[in-house]
Design a protein around this ligand. Sequence first.
Ligand code: MOS
Length: 736
Amino acid sequence: MKQVGQAIPRTDGRLKVTGAAPFSAEHALPRVAHAVLVLSTIAKGRVNAIDTARASGMRGVLAVMSHKNAPRLPREKPGGEEQKPPPPKLNLLQDDEIRYNGQPIAVVVAETLEQAQDAARAIKVRYAPQPALLDFQAAKRKLRKPKEQPDRPMQTQRGNVQASLAQAAQRIDVLYTTPVENHNPMEPHATIAAWEGDHLTLYDATQYVSGVKKNCARALGIPPEKVRVVSPYVGGGFGCKGNMWSHVVLAAMAARMVGRPVKLALERIQMFAPVGARPMTEQRLRIGAGPDGRLLAVVHDTISHTSVQDDFTEPCSSPTRILYASDSLQTTQQLATLNVGVPTYMRAPGEATGSFALECAIDEMAYALNMDPVALRLQNYAEQDPEKNIPFSAKQLRECYKVAAERFGWARRTSSPRSMKAGRTLVGWGMATATYPANRMPAKAWAGIAPDGTALVRCGSQDIGTGTYTIMTQVAADALGLPLEKVRFELGDTEMPEAPVSGGSMTAASIGPAVHRACTAARDKLVTMAVADKASPMHGFNAAEVETADGWLRLRATPERGEPMAAVIARNGGQAVTGDAEAGPGEEKKQYSMHSFGAVFVEVQVDPDLGTVRVPRIVACYDVGTVLNAKTARSQFIGGIVWGLGMALMEKTEMDWRYGRAANANLADYHVPVNADVGDIDVVALPGNDTRFNELGARGIGEIGIVGVAAAVANAVYHATGKRVRDLPITLDKLV
Ligand code: MOS
C-alpha cells in the first residue's frame, strides 16, 4: 500500500509523549554549566557602569560576561573573503550601547541554574539613558522604504490606480491596524554550546541547523566546518527560530570562557524582546469597483515598525498582488523605526496581517455594492496571476469557496447586519480567502538500504512539530518499496546532507523531492544488482520490469516471482546499498505562478450587552496540491486556524511605550485560545497534485491555515453586530 497520503500517526509521537525525545536544553552533556541572560531595562542609552563584583563572588558562579570582558569578535569578513560579517541584529556584548529594552547586556554562568539566576539578580547596572524612539505616530513622520528583495517586490504598480479610482461607482478608503505579537512556542529558545578544541557543537532549538552553523561561525570568526549544529526535536518555531539570535553566539562565547559546555535557555519573559516579534502594521486600503462589482483599482499601503538595529519588513501586500484580477493595483511598504528588538517572520508573515486588511476591505466593498461576499470574490476571480500575467501551476480556489460554503450552509445567511439571532445572542457569518505562496529551495538527502532489509534515510532538515519525520518516512518507504516500520528517517544535524530553513512552508516541498530521489537511487541500484545476479529470480530481466514493495523485489508481469531485498544484498557483498540526491526548483517559476489557496467561513456569536465573541464553528477548504499525510496535514490546518482565531480576538503584545517594554510578557497575560475558546473546526483539503511545482505535487501547508481567519472573524463580527472593527484584536471593549 502506498504510504503517501495516508493518515499515519506521528513516527515521533511516542518519543514525545513519553518524554524520550530530547529537546535542545535536554541533551545530557557532562560538566554542563548553566547560563542566564541579563537584559537591559532601558530602551536607549549606554551602560555607564556594570557592577558584577558581588555576582562574581557568589557561590557556584563561574563567570560573568559583559561588554567589559567579553571576547572581542571580528567585525568584518572574519573568515576571509567567503564569509560575510554577522547580521547587525545580534547583540554580542561588543560595546556599551543600548538600542532596545530587553537587549542582552550580560551573561552569568554558574554550576546550577538557580545559582546563575540568583547571581544575575545581583548585578547592578547604571545606565546613561538617552531619549528613545518609542512613539509610532512620531516615527511615522520619518518613514523610509525597505530595501527591495529579489522575489518579493516591496513597491508595485500596474495600471493607473488614480484614474481607475476616479471612475469607480463605489469606493472605500479604510485603515486597518494589527498589533505587535510575540511568538511563544512551547519550547523557548535554548542552546547548549560545547567546545572540543577549536570545534564547536551547538544543540540548538532552531528551524535551520545549517543557517545557525553558518551564522554562528560568521559571528565568531571561525570557519563553518568547525561548527556542528544538532537539533533533532524542536518544540515549535513559527518563524522566531528561523534566524539565529544573540543567545546562541553568547552561549558559545561563555562556553569558551569557562572551558565547559554551557546551557542557555531563555525564560518566557525573555521571549518578548531579543528574539523577534511580528511587527505592528497600519494598512490603508483603497478600493474602487464598478456597479457590477468588478474591481477597477486596489491600493494597499502598509506601514510596519522595525528596529533601529536592523530592518525587517512585514510584506502585507503579498496576497493583494495575486488574489484579484483588478484592472489596476498599487502596493507600497514603508518602515517606521523604533528602539525595540528586531521584528521577524511570524507564521505567514505578510499574508496573515495583509489578508486581514484586504479580506475585510473586500467585505466592506461587498456591503457597499450590496453583493454577496463570495459572489464579489468570484466576480474578480484571477484566472491567471494578475501581476505576472502567467498561469497558476494549479488553482482550485473556486472549488474551495464552493465546498466550504456548502459545508457551512452559507446559502442560509441573511445579508444585513444584526439580522441573524439565536435567542438574544447576535449571530454573524463571515468568510475570507486564504492564500500562501508555494516555496521550495535546493535540498540534499541520503538513503541506505541495510543488509537486514531496513533503511536509514538522512536529511539535515528540521521537524518543528509539523510532522517532517513522519511524512518523510512515508515518502522514503514508497520510493524504497519498504514497509513504513522498516524505514528510519533522521534529520536535525549539520553532519547530514544540507537542507533549507524550515520556514516559508517549504520543508516538505523542498526536501520531499530530495528524499524521494535519494531513496529511488538506492532502490534502483539494488534492482540493477538483482538483474545482474545469476542467483536472483530477477536475473536477466530489465530493471524496468522489476518492482519493489513490502521489502521484496518482484517481476511486474509475474509478481509471484520475487525475493526479499535483503537476500540480494546478502549475496552481493553484504554492504548497505546507498543513494545520494539533490533536488531544487528549476525554470518552472518563470512559467507558472505557484500558490496555495483556501476559503474560511466563520460563525460568531456575540453577546449584545457584554460584547463577548464566541466562535462555535469554522469551516475551511484548502487547495494545497498533494496531501502527504492526511492526519499531520489536518493538524497543521487546525493549528493555523486556531492561531488565526487568537489573532482575531485575543493576541497582542501590550507594549508600555514609556519604556518600550512588553507589559504582558508571560503566558497568563498574553492571551491565546485555550480549548474552551475553540469550537468545531471542519477542514477539507481538495484532491490535487501540483506536479508543475515539484515531483511530489505537494505545496507547503504550515502557514496557510492562519491566513484569512482574522478577516473571516472580523467580517462575521460585523455581520453580527453592524460594527466594523478594523483594529486587532477584536476585544469586547471595541464592541460595546
Ligand atoms: Mo515561518 S514565519 O516562514 O517560520
